[in-house]
Write a protein that binds this ligand. Structure first.
Ligand code: KIV
Length: 314
């Protein structure tokens, strides 16, 4: 297939007239176009968080579509008790590590609290850092209607944007805690307005967190952009979870929507205890786990030692 044929074969996709070159790559990358196409085909989109090289590599090699360096890293990686304190520089450090592990999925950086709330100019500068220094394909930010102007600025700067509405952890203080959102009629109406505003502003996807499944289903049916739910029920276009939640690595009780797929805490803890036990009992390292001198060098040393011993005993 020539380049021209590949381009015209892919050029039919209807997302902003962009042309995908995925068909000329051996292993096609996930792009914003892929996500819209998946929504149209009703193929579930998968997303997980990853914050460093090994986890990003494993998540990517498992074929997850969207790999999110979420600001949840503040809590699960850095031990803060909310997402609020994490800085741009801390986020970038993790984004760069994750970038080196991701070859196939779409890498998305979460804009941390304070990086886009002060002014659109500062927000744009910070988003551009994620693209330029972190190598991400898109950024994510929290909020609906009130973010429309900022999203336009980002799109003018060629930066794809994911929205995030519902239970938005950066609003923990104004929400009065981490509570399910959209439970009253007026709250549902506001969520619908937020979702439609994000859609019209041209987001490439929106994360719906902590809302009733009925509301998530209405939003998903209403908007063109793919919806990715977390605690938002099964009717979204895709699902995301925090990697450390599914691996039992958060040291806190799991939320209702979390399904644990593994127990990394037990795995790590048991391995560490076994190592300690073996060292303390002389069982580690064994001879097979030790380096040896080459035969000739060993023989020479043994001869020298033997001679010294003989001289000493005279
Ligand atoms: O920070 C994060 O991990 C997120 C996901 C939960 C959507 O925002």
């Amino acid at each position: 297939m020539t380049l021209l044929q590949a381009v015209s074969a892919d050029g039919r996709s209807g997302t902003g007239g962009s042309v995908s070159v995925t068909s000329i790559n051996a292993c096609p990358r996930i792009t914003t176009t892929t996500l819209f196409e998946k929504k149209q085909r009703r193929e579930p989109i998968t997303s997980l968080t990853a914050y460093d090289y090994p986890s990003a590599r494993l998540v990517d090699e498992a074929g997850i579509d969207v790999i999110l360096v979420g600001d949840s890293l503040a809590m699960v990686m850095l031990g803060y008790d909310s997402t609020m304190p994490v800085t741009m520089d801390e986020m970038l450090h993790h984004v760069r590590a994750a970038r080196r592990g991701v070859k196939h999925g779409m890498l998305v950086a979460d804009m941390p609290y304070g990086s886009y709330q002060v002014s659109n100019e500062e927000g744009l500068r910070n988003a551009a850092r994620f693209v330029k220094e972190g190598g991400v394909e898109a950024v994510k930010l929290e909020g609906g209607e009130k973010r429309v102007e900022f999203i336009h600025r980002l799109r003018d700067a060629e930066i794809p944007v994911f929205g995030h509405i519902g239970l938005t952890p950066q609003s923990v203080h104004t929400m009065g805690g981490y509570k399910v959102q959209g439970k009253t009629l007026s709250a549902v109406e506001q969520l619908m307005r937020d979702a439609v505003a994000l859609d019209r502003a041209g987001v490439c996807g929106m994360y719906l967190e902590g809302i009733p499944r009925e509301v998530a289903a209405m939003i998903t049916a209403e908007v063109k952009a793919p919806t990715i739910g977390i605690g938002a029920g099964p009717d979204c276009d895709g699902q995301v979870l925090v990697l450390h939640d599914i691996l039992n690595l958060t040291f806190s009780p799991a939320a209702k929507f979390v399904r644990r797929y593994g127990d990394a805490a037990a795995l790590i803890s048991n391995a560490v205890k076994a190592f300690k036990h073996d060292v303390e009992n002389g069982a580690y390292p064994a001879d097979e786990e030790s380096y040896h001198l080459p035969k000739e060098a060993r023989a020479t040393i043994e001869t020298v030692v033997e001679r010294k011993r003989a001289v000493g005993s005279r």
